[in-house]
Design a binder for this molecule. Structure first.
Ligand code: C2O
Length: 352
């Protein structure tokens, strides 16, 4: 049977919390506010324009200002509002740090984990979908699209400037980042917690090879790209897809702050979504799914398996309603009404 996340009414418990993080800089209590009603299956709104997601480094100052305004408003929402920034971060933690069990699919003694398997891409796609819609609502712009951190392109291989400028008054700023990796440091898409000390040009080349490997050479079938099967009754498994295991995790670790106890924020699942960079990072991860399918070939499609298609999660939508969403409904961007603005992908032909 497919993994089915429990409802927000009583499904979440912080007592399962892994005590290792007690001393972290963020709260280890990750349950979002309990819902007063049972969730409904999500229905796509019938109106609304397509949102365009563009690379952060190319976005106009006006656009960035909109993004900042929306984030500011989200951060100002009260803690008991499911749309608050804090609760958005908690939802991510709840789904990856043992706040949920598989009780809804009949295995209350097993924890539910959305990383390390084929749930990784669809779960994060849905979570960004609602995050983006909430931001758009806060600034009353229903066309607002989340920008993406274009780290696969040489022009985007550093922490985007707009996340660092103006310091603390900037809602995109976060003090828990590795200060040695701020601009102009070039990201290492294979970062293993050790500096490579390459020249910027060499690091860019290495990054392009890594992208080529994780998108093309080592990812020609659903399992190698999405990760392995994870169904009801399984212990969280470790059959990680190429992108999740590779550049995705490297970016998390590279930004996380080594001065904190658990590499907060980005360097640890429980705290990752407290850094606004998390969302633009994951927008690019999500874009990889689309680009990967665009590479063509027999095997480049979603898992053809009921247990993948019917797996489901619960989120709060932009109207604060708890909704249940399924993997099978997040496959077509036309349904989700957003698109990625093109950006060059030099890794496609790398190594030369
Ligand atoms: Cu849910 Cu990048 O992690």
């Amino acid at each position: 049977n497919p993994i089915k996340a429990p409802s927000f009414v009583l499904g979440c418990t912080d007592s399962l919390w892994n005590m290792d993080f007690e001393s972290g800089v963020r709260t280890g209590a990750c349950c979002p506010p309990a819902a007063k009603e049972l969730e409904m299956d999500y229905k796509f709104p019938t109106t609304g324009e397509t949102r365009i997601r563009q690379p952060v480094h190319r976005a106009s100052p006006e656009y960035i200002q909109k993004f900042k305004d929306a984030m500011q408003k989200m951060k100002a929402l009260p803690d008991d509002d499911p749309c608050s920034f804090k609760n958005q971060a908690k939802v991510h933690c709840a789904y990856c740090n043992n706040s949920y069990t598989q009780m809804a699919s009949g295995y209350p003694e097993k924890v539910l984990q959305v990383h390390y398997s084929w749930l990784f891409f669809p779960f994060h796609r849905w979570s960004l979908y609602f995050f983006e819609r909430i931001l758009g609502d806060l600034i009353e712009d229903k066309t607002f699209g989340l920008p993406y951190w274009n780290w696969d392109n040489p022009a985007g291989m550093e922490i985007p400037a707009v996340f660092e400028d103006e310091g603390r008054s900037n809602p995109l700023y976060n003090s828990y980042r590795n200060v040695n990796h701020l601009r102009p440091a070039v990201i290492d898409l294979d970062y293993q917690m050790k500096e490579r000390n390459l020249s910027p040009l060499d690091q860019v080349q290495v990054n392009l090879c890594i992208m080529n490997r994780q998108m093309k050479r080592n990812a020609s079938d659903p399992t190698s790209f999405f990760g392995g099967e994870y169904v009801a009754g399984d212990n969280p498994i470790s059959s990680v897809g190429s992108i999740e295991a590779g550049c995705h995790t490297a970016v998390h670790r590279w930004v996380g702050d080594p001065r904190t106890p658990n590499d907060e924020d980005l360097g640890n699942f429980y705290s990752a979504a407290y850094d606004p960079l998390f969302y633009v990072h994951h927008a690019n991860v999500d874009r990889m799914w689309t680009l990967w399918k665009g590479l063509g070939g027999e095997g480049r499609k979603e898992p053809n398996d009921k247990n993948w298609e019917e797996a489901s999660y619960v989120f709060y939508d932009e109207n604060r309603k708890p909704v249940r969403v399924y993997n099978k409904h997040c496959v077509n961007l036309e349904d989700l009404k957003y698109e990625y603005e093109d950006s060059e992908t030099p890794w496609k032909s790398n190594p030369p």
